[in-house]
Ligand binder design. Sequence first.
Ligand SMILES: Nc1ncnc2c1ncn2[C@@H]1O[C@H](COP(=O)(O)OP(=O)(O)OP(=O)(O)O)[C@@H](O)[C@H]1O
Length: 497
Amino acid sequence: MLRGPLRFDYYFCPVREMSNITVCARFRPLSSKERQDHGDAVCIQCVDSETFIFKDEKTEELTYSFDRVFYDKSEQTDVYRFLAQPIVQDALNAVNGTIITFGQTGAGKTYSMEGPGILECDAAEKGLLPRVVEGIFECTKLADETSKYSIKLSMVEIYMEKVRDLFDLSRDNIQIKESKTQGIMLNGMTEMPVKDPPEALLTLSKGIGNRAVGETQMNVASSRSHCIYIFTIQQESTKDKRARTGKLNLVDLAGSEKVEKTGAEGRILEEAKTINKSLSALGNVINALTCGPTGRGNHIPYRDSKLTRILQDALGGNSRTALLCCCSPSPTNSLETLSTLRFGARAKHIKASPRVAYEDKCIRELEVFTPVKRELRDKLLNELQVSLDIEQVQILEELFIQEGILFDPCSIEESELANEDVASQTISSLQLALEELLSTIAELKKENEVLMARVTAAELHHESISNSSLLVSISCNLGLFRDWLKSLFHFSINHYN
Ligand SMILES: Nc1ncnc2c1ncn2[C@@H]1O[C@H](COP(=O)(O)OP(=O)(O)OP(=O)(O)O)[C@@H](O)[C@H]1O
């Protein structure tokens, strides 16, 4: 018997009007080091629960407003109720959700996400993760009798641009796939079924124990990876046998850091560079989503890093998303705080319109498998089955697919996606090249103006002329390059979409 590809049909149904993602800021209490440096001084002044004023030595007063601001006395439960609880409730109704903590190293991301420890800690200090676990199981208890829930947990980290399964360290390079129906998926990651909160927390604590953590000057237990906790919540209706699945991702990002300030060197320095690179890719995606032209022509560089690729659904629309910008209130870290606040303010403009995915379970073959090829494949394999046992036939089938003798319907999608990856990365590098050329031309223009002003001296006159002609030639080439780039860009976008 051949493998019949299991296929789910999905019906997407929009659940709400386009809304912006929820963005909150959180200021942790001053650390003892910050008190040593600047006493009780802080660079923020509370206006109300949504607005505050930022002020440091170098900048004018800046007023920031977010959906909610949590100051140093805020409780963990306040953060959960405002930021996470509505997303948990939606996830139980099959609406995907993502909660992200973002900010400088040592700003309180892991504290907000986990609390001081997920297994044992003061009830008031419990972080989002244990509260989300409790919230999910509470909601399943309250659901009506016709709904049956099953919960699975996964945990991965992105360490040095590789996705590692924190429940199975042998899977240290998980591939990211995109399915037209299910969106972004992590291929072969472990999914642990859990039946109650104690079991879920124990499972999560094992994964947390496997995370890459190191000591920096800013934080004794600094996360050196981006960590993603994934809750897959499947709801089956006993009435009409329909199944719906909601995915809830909790993302504890590694902290951005200025390497000269954190004293990073060796491995810690390499980690910091990779972390900063992926965070700047995240910034570029948010810029493209919020500043670029709308419509198909706008290239969003999701494929420039593993982080942005995994967060593609969360940022690109099909998820209810909340971002917690964690900050230090101290003047010691005012530059980093300002950059976190700017990031949050930009992310606030991202629009989201999550959908519910209904699955009608049915098994059928994919249309892409043409009838002639299917017939040929069936004939060959049926003949083999007469003389071989079923396992050997399956092995042969795998081998034929690998050798390109048989035709794997899934591989079409895979190769299309690989092409899209290349196209997307090419567009990103061309855009970068164009920006660099534009900045070179601006510099040359400036230089030329200076030379023109000093044109009275004969030798300078000569220098200016040669610079002018260089400029003319670069401008000319740039014009051609731009036209070529434009057509390539439009070709890629059309092909890619
Ligand atoms: N709201 C808070 N209340 C009390 N202590 C806090 C709070 N936020 C953070 N802290 C403390 O500050 C320190 C650094 O916090 P945390 O480890 O959460 O930072 P981080 O942003 O996750 O850093 P990294 O990116 O380096 O992992 C910890 O000792 C933590 O307990």
